[in-house]
Ligand binder design. Structure first.
Ligand SMILES: [Fe+2]
Ligand SMILES: [Fe+2]
Length: 168
């Protein structure tokens, strides 16, 4: 079967493969929960107070995402994964925020693919659930890019993708 691509073309996918990919997404959600739980508490200094509060909200939203993704995996007849992707840590606040931004970028790329794959399988309700998650991930990306003082990375490679900012 064809792998998913970012080119916006129709993708060949099976329900089995979709469940495996959703389990990868779930591992990324666990990673995000852990990172945001820790980073929101260890980021200190007056200049990081606002972003620390935002990261605490992100942690709760990532948990909600994990629950939604788990439900989809169960619906597809598979067992939800229990292992997070590795979480990087640093004593440097900028590094921490940079790791979070990298992870959000990766998550956004994957969910954009996942929506196309769900639709290719006729799983429109699932695609809609993932769209809702994607909207929050893009907000997380914007929060982090703003805190870092960088432009929001443009991850759009497909012709139909909405761009959020210019490529750096
Ligand atoms: Fe998430
Ligand atoms: Fe996120």
């Amino acid at each position: 079967m064809a792998e998913s691509t970012n080119d916006g073309n129709e993708v060949e996918i099976s329900r089995d493969r979709l469940a495996d990919l959703l389990n990868e997404d779930l591992s990324r959600e666990y990673q995000a929960i852990i990172a945001y739980v820790v980073y929101s508490q260890v980021l200190s200094g007056a200049e990081y107070m606002d972003i620390a509060t935002q990261l605490e909200l992100h942690a709760k939203q990532e948990l909600a995402h994990a629950l939604i993704i788990s439900r989809q995996i169960d619906y597809l007849g598979k067992m939800p994964a229990v292992t997070p992707k590795p979480v990087r840590t640093s004593k440097n606040p900028t590094d921490m925020l940079r790791y979070d931004l990298d992870n959000e970028n990766e998550t956004i790329r994957n969910y954009r693919d996942r929506i196309r794959q769900c639709e290719a399988l006729g799983e429109y309700a699932m695609a809609e659930q993932i769209r809702q998650i994607l909207m929050q991930e893009q907000d997380h990306q914007i929060d982090l890019a703003t805190a870092l003082g960088v432009e929001v990375p443009d991850l759009s490679l497909g012709p139909k993708e909405r761009t959020l900012g210019k490529r750096r």
